[in-house]
Design a protein around this ligand. Structure first.
Ligand SMILES: *Cc1c(COP(=O)(O)O)cnc(C)c1O
Length: 365
């Protein structure tokens, strides 16, 4: 049997190591995982109650169109219900966009170090990938706009960018959109937008109102703390949403995902708490890195990317032995670690461990 030639070389996704495996392998009792930008405060208690109620219905298929949740999201963001689509995480919306819009030979533009699912999914469709270097860890939107040709179909902009954590300002994004032809779909991935307080950060909904070739991607996995339930959404122009709906699997989101998302969306208090704690965590990391003589990219999401000035993999391994899981191995930033903002207690343990590791490694050299 022969699979599609363009998938033969694709790697199988390597998830961060599960906490229990690390505990067992290293004989540790306490392990802190700050590798996947999960919410250290869990999720809204309202979401848990909604799931408990939904247990009664597990033998019944979910509502494929997620009508109730669609209504709630549309109302919350002031758009029509035909402008909203749900996926099994925004990962699945990325997949569906690639599936619905790209054929072999189409060109698609993205940054050279950004969320890996864009590249992964467009490779499956055999589209031609144009990667544009980040500038100081930030999308170079000017350079990206210059790479548009009459073959360009989709452009991916991750704001804040994962893994660097940087943002593009409203002015930058707007100038970019003004240059991109209206026939090109611009995906604005705003997985971390609820964390961003900087006044220069764009309001995606305003951009969508002015530039209908935009689709916004958002998720319940990050600030809402529902990563395991796999639910995210897209907001766009009705005909774009319809095209994506045409390739959507009939029951792509679960009852639990829909019920929990609906409840989580109403709990503004929990979101405000997470945003405030995250802000303190980022300030603590920035201060601690400065004290260690390390530079980090300006961070706006719930993670920060720091230059440890030696092999990031080596520091990663040493932190792992101390029971701390972070993220290394970024192809263009081999000396950087990406660290999720945890609770204050977790953040202090990470900085203590990092301080010790950097001292140990410095002595070794
Ligand atoms: C986490 C993340 C997503 C998707 O998360 P889902 O769990 O699939 O909703 C999308 N984009 C970026 C940039 C992310 O970091």
């Amino acid at each position: 049997m022969q699979p599609k030639p363009n998938i033969v070389h694709l790697p199988v996704y390597q998830p961060g190591k599960p906490v229990d495996d690390v505990k067992r392998e290293l004989g540790l009792t306490e392990v802190i995982k700050l590798a996947s930008n999960e919410n250290p405060f869990g999720s809204s208690p309202k979401a848990k109650e909604a799931i408990a109620r939904e247990v009664e219905n597990i033998s019944i298929y979910p509502d494929g169109a997620a009508v109730e949740l669609t209504n709630a999201v549309a109302k919350r963001f002031g758009v029509n219900t035909d402008q909203v689509i749900f996926g099994a995480g925004s990962d699945e919306i990325i997949l569906m966009i690639a599936r619905a819009f790209l054929v072999p030979g189409d060109e698609t533009i993205m940054a050279d170090q950004t969320f890996p699912q864009y590249k992964h999914n467009v490779q499956i469709e055999n589209a031609t990938i144009i990667e544009v270097p980040l500038k100081d860890g930030t999308h170079d939107l000017q350079a990206m706009s210059e790479r548009v040709t009459d073959k360009t179909k989709v452009i991916w902009v991750c704001n804040p960018n994962n893994p660097t954590g940087t943002i593009n300002t409203a002015d930058e994004v707007e100038q970019f959109l003004a240059k991109v032809p209206s026939s090109v779909l611009v995906v604005l991935d705003e997985a971390y937008c609820e964390y961003v307080e900087d006044p220069s950060f764009p309001d995606g909904l305003k951009l969508l109102a002015k530039y209908p070739n935009v689709i916004l991607l958002r998720t319940f996995s990050k600030i809402y703390g529902l990563a395991s339930l796999r639910i995210g959404y897209g907001i766009g122009r009705p005909d774009v949403i319809r095209s994506i709906n045409q390739v959507r699997e009939p029951f792509n989101t679960s009852r639990f995902g829909q019920a929990a998302a609906l409840a989580a969306l109403q709990d503004d208090e929990f979101i405000a708490f997470c945003r405030a704690e995250n802000k303190k965590g980022l300030a603590y990391f920035n201060k601690s890195f400065a004290e260690l003589g390390l530079k980090a990219f300006p961070a706006y999401g719930n993670f920060i990317m720091v230059d440890v000035k030696r092999s990031g993999q080596e520091v990663f391994d040493a932190l792992l032995r101390k029971g701390i899981i972070v993220r290394a191995g970024h192809k263009l930033y081999p000396t950087y670690l990406r660290i999720t903002v945890g609770s204050q207690e977790e953040n202090e343990k990470v900085i203590a461990a990092l301080t010790a590791v950097l001292q140990e490694l410095a002595v070794k050299v």
